[in-house]
Design a protein around this ligand. Structure first.
Ligand code: ZN
Length: 266
């Protein structure tokens, strides 16, 4: 599917709601483009968001964004699913999640992602798994949290060895935070769930929920989440440290892309 088809499809769903004839014609267009392989990034085995879930995909993303704005970026990293639902319900400017939207998030959480080429281990067993605020510590000036104990200790040890140009770019992530990141990634891959799952773990499968964290070079922005990070002085220093390990190495068995910035803790 090319970008224009995807945006057309989203517009159709947003404006007309569940207008099946229009969507199914969009669908056959998508299948055509897959068969002719006109999009060089599209593999014919890739799985896309089904048309009948597009409406919920759009509204869930919107509501997650609203909740994030309401509770704040830092807090959103650690809130539980139940707290998120409650926030949407009681905040005056956010509409509560419908049953269909909750079903959509549950499916996204509980589905076996090996069909998307993701083979990592399950980390969170229930969508309602919550992070205890007493177990985490806020890292100043980052908007992120780390688990107390080994993750926090490892981070400060790295900072001592590498220097202050190394920063925390992502720490603890609750199921809710990973759900948002994952659906945002699916949006950026134009609905291609298979492609999204290669660069971001599905909500139940992120090690950010139990200790792992990401580091980057100060001021390097989005580059910190690309292979360009591997060319930085900070990464060069990191490789010399004996007490850390990379989670997603080149050709890892989880099916995740190479992530030199992701520190394996547990
Ligand atoms: Zn990471």
């Amino acid at each position: 599917m090319n970008r224009r088809d995807f945006l057309d499809k989203i517009k159709t769903v947003t404006i007309i709601g569940l207008s099946y004839p229009t969507i199914s014609s969009a669908h056959s267009r998508i299948n055509d483009s897959i068969i002719t392989n006109s999009d060089k990034y599209t593999d014919h085995k890739d799985i896309f968001i089904p048309n009948d879930e597009m409406k919920d995909f759009i509204s869930v993303r919107r509501k997650l964004r609203q909740v994030q704005r309401y509770v704040g970026y830092g807090n959103f990293n650690i809130i539980s699913f139940d707290y998120m639902l409650k926030t949407a319900k009681y905040a005056s400017k956010i509409e509560q999640f419908s049953k269909e939207e909750i079903d959509f998030m549950e499916k996204t959480f509980y589905i076996n992602p090996s069909q998307y080429g993701f083979y990592g281990k399950k980390v969170s067993t229930k969508i309602t798994d919550a992070i205890n605020k007493k177990d985490v510590v806020k890292i100043p000036r980052t908007g992120h949290y780390l688990f107390k104990g080994k993750p926090e200790k490892t981070y400060y040890e790295m900072k001592k060895d590498i220097g202050d140009t190394m920063v925390l770019t992502s720490g603890v992530r609750s199921v809710v935070k990973q759900m948002k990141l994952y659906l945002d990634k699916v949006y950026r891959t134009e609905g291609n769930i298979t492609k999204a799952s290669k660069s971001l773990a599905p909500p139940a499968y992120t090690y950010h929920s139990n200790g792992d964290f990401d580091v980057g070079k100060k001021g390097f922005g989005y580059n910190n989440f690309t292979s360009r990070f591997a060319l930085t002085e900070e990464f060069y220093q990191m490789k010399k440290l004996k007490y850390i390990e990379m989670r997603y190495t080149i050709n890892n068995k989880d099916g995740v892309r190479y992530e030199p910035w992701h520190i394996k803790v547990i």
